[in-house]
Design a protein around this ligand. Structure first.
Ligand code: NAD
Ligand code: ZN
Length: 254
């Protein structure tokens, strides 16, 4: 069922809250909407276009082959925006859940690194991370520093390096996806937050959890293709949705 902001479905929300409080195995899938409150736009939002290019046309191996500098300039702009951004309450709620649960898996499609910066220790980054470059020749990863030169070169062999992200049409890191699928298969509660649910195979994780009988909670101001699989859809932004589900963020113990 869908629960709008201030809607009258408190009973459904209460039941899910109680289930979550009892759960030991929880998995969460996050998308660009989780970083929206940190000022980082989504692909379906302001980042849909950069200069005159569609984001989906820039995040491809074909775009990089055609114009590597253009693609790097876009990633450099996003790198600097992410570096200047601070984690928001949604990131903090998820870091807190990890600390509270014996079996919590955080799977993200985000490449901004904000989950790790908010204290999440173990994050499965399905689409890589824009804070690093990856050598096109030897695969070595280098951390990017503010103001890095374009295109970056590998610190080990000197060859040109590409952004360490997964582009549309590329394969996901196999082990990370397997671990994500295993976590969503065994989860008692699965949270699907701020993702359009159209990028596969990440979106399949929400369906997998539903098929295995998990309580699936979607948090997204808009309906998505994952909505029919959700036990409960909170039509809220990520921060207030997690707040409704988990209660206020209290300072960490100690
Ligand atoms: P998306 O841009 O396709 O969709 C974002 C979703 O978030 C939409 O469904 C939207 O309704 C929802 N949303 C918007 N504001 C929200 C808020 N405040 N709280 C909760 N939900 C909100 O993003 P996606 O589904 O993550 O997938 C597209 C690809 O975009 C991924 O591969 C990802 O790597 C990439 N991406 C990453 C970032 C980032 O790292 N911050 C930013 C933009 C795009
Ligand atoms: Zn190299």
């Amino acid at each position: 069922m869908s629960v709008p902001v201030g809607g009258g479905a408190e009973a459904a929300l209460g039941a899910v809250r109680a289930r979550l409080a009892r759960a030991r195995r929880v998995a969460a899938l996050t998308g660009a909407g989780v970083s929206a409150a940190s000022g980082l736009p989504t692909f379906r939002g302001a980042l849909g276009f950069w200069r005159e290019h569609r984001a989906e046309d820039l995040a491809t191996p074909q775009a990089y082959a055609r114009d590597p500098l253009l693609v790097w300039e876009w990633y450099a702009a996003r790198f600097h925006a992410a570096a200047a951004a601070a984690p928001n309450g949604a990131h903090l709620h998820l870091a807190r859940l990890e600390a509270q649960l014996p079996d919590f898996t955080l799977v993200t499609q985000n490449v901004d690194g904000l989950h790790a910066r908010s204290g999440s220790r173990r994050v499965l980054e399905l689409h890589g991370n824009l804070t690093k470059s990856r050598c096109e020749r030897c695969g070595h990863l280098d951390a990017l520093a503010p103001g890095f030169a374009l295109p970056p070169c590998c610190s080990r062999c000197g060859s040109r390096a590409r952004p360490n992200v997964v582009w549309f049409g590329e394969h996901l890191p196999e082990r990370a996806f397997e671990a994500a699928a295993a976590a969503f298969s065994r989860a008692e509660v699965a949270l699907v937050i701020g993702t359009s649910g159209v990028v596969e195979p990440a979106a399949s994780l929400g369906r997998l959890a539903a098929q295995r009988g998990a309580v699936v909670v979607e948090i997204n101001p808009e309906p998505t293709p994952l909505t029919p699989y959700a036990t409960l859809s909170l039509r809220q932004d990520a921060v207030s949705g997690l707040h409704a589900l988990l209660g206020p963020l209290t300072p960490p113990p100690g």
